[in-house]
Design a protein around this ligand. Sequence first.
Ligand code: MD3
Ligand code: FE
Length: 203
Amino acid sequence: VPEAIGPDAFVLRNFATPHIEELLSAINTLERQAAFRNMVTPGGFIMSVAITNCGRLGWTTDRQGYRYSPIDPDTGQPWPSMPAAFRQLAKEAAAESGFADFEPDACLVNRYLPGSRLSLHQDKDERDFNAPIVSVSLGMPAVFLFGGHKRTDKAARIPLMHGDVVVWGGVDRLRYHGVLPLKENPHPLLGGQRINLTFRKAG
Ligand code: MD3
Ligand code: FE
């Protein structure tokens, strides 16, 4: 049952819950091939969120800027391919939310530890803003900030729990958003971390 948080944005509570074991096993395989790492921003700050990617394209940041790249800069190899279970879950969540035929080519995987945060930003490194973004929350709960089209617009606070899926598209696609510093609140399966999968059509 999608719950609208904007005209074209929906929370699907527990949508990933039937698929948790498959997702966690795929994340385990992924992180052995492309480890989580804390990247540096163009401004020279080290991100408190550690990231890795799977799919044809992966999001990266360094002193030169933000970009999507087919190569993992740490290994010099292509990013691991997107597991079928990831792709299917993202496609089903998008379809439930009114976005038919979502075919993500990038999955950015964010790992939060207690204190990790994501300051307000827009996702605009993708080529086509018509496709939605789908996110899957796993592990410790977080408070998601859902702002407006200007950085200074008041942001709604939306709690996201293990198993929740969120879909953003249309007029909500370029809204500012972020994540408040994670509280220490260990999860029975994932312990002291939160992992967020974000599926995008980047290329
Ligand atoms: C809302 N990640 O990776 S979910 C990100 O929980 C990111 O890790 C957060 O913001 C997280 O860029 C939030 C993903 C998300 C992605 C795009 C959006 C939320 C969005 C675009 C518009 C509004
Ligand atoms: Fe984002």
